[in-house]
Each structure stands twice: as structure tokens, then as C-alpha cells.
Design a protein around this ligand. Structure first.
Ligand SMILES: [Zn+2]
Length: 123
């Protein structure tokens, strides 16, 4: 699902995209002339390999996702905002979902069998 930046307005635009076993839904709303805010949630489940034994484990997701999207380069030097610059004035929601899932997968994760067996665990 792709949404043209210029279609966004002050009324929230609802979106929903599926990928494998996940659902990404939420709203896009225009904040400034070239800045939109995305508020969404990713639900469903993904399979992640355990960091210790590499066994794939199904992990339930319920992730809140909030960031800003800018149409082209955003010039305002505000480090407080989490801004994603988009290409060609099109918001590609599958691509956003894909990169969010990659981000979740890169988090440290260990399966139930390995929990508590890590040697560098802090007590
Ligand atoms: Zn494990």
C-alpha cells in the first residue's frame, strides 16, 4: 500500500497493511506543509531466532509505532523528532512495516529454554 504525500490532510487517514503474519494499522496526519505524523500499531507474530541457540521462536507483537515522515529533506534542525524522509512523495507502508520488523528482529531475544542460562547476566 502506497499513499501519496499530497493526499494527506488535517483529517487522519487510516491505513492497514499485512505482511506474512503481521498487521500494521494506524493513521497518517499532516502536521506541516511537508511533515506528516504516523501513529500505528504492529500486531500479529513473527518468528525470531534465539540469540543463544538460534532456534526460531514465534513471538507475539504489539508494538506502538510513532514517527514523522517528511516529503524530501527536512530542513528544520530539530533533533527531538524521529523523522523518516521519503522518496518521490510516496509513503510506502509495506517498506515501513518491513523495516520496523527488521528493527524488532535486531533486538536481543532469547527463547524460554535459554532464559537464565546467559553467563553475563546481571544479578
Ligand atoms: Zn534459545
Amino acid at each position: 500500500m502506497k499513499i501519496a504525500f499530497k493526499k494527506l490532510g488535517s483529517q487522519p487517514l487510516h491505513f492497514e497493511v499485512n505482511s506474512d503474519s503481521t498487521l500494521f494499522s494506524g493513521d497518517l496526519i499532516m502536521k506541516k506543509s511537508n511533515l506528516a505524523q504516523l501513529n500505528g500499531t504492529i500486531t500479529g507474530s513473527i518468528s525470531i531466532p534465539c540469540d543463544l541457540c538460534a532456534e526460531e521462536v514465534e513471538r507475539a507483537l504489539n508494538e506502538e509505532v510513532t514517527f514523522y515522515l517528511s516529503d524530501g529533506i527536512f530542513e528544520d534542525n530539530n533533533d527531538e523528532l524521529d523523522i523518516v524522509e521519503i522518496d518521490k512523495s510516496m509513503i510506502d507502508l509495506e517498506e515501513i512495516l518491513y523495516s520496523e520488523i527488521e528493527l524488532i528482529k535486531s533486538d536481543y531475544f532469547c527463547c524460554k529454554n535459554c532464559e537464565g542460562t546467559s553467563l553475563d547476566r546481571e544479578f
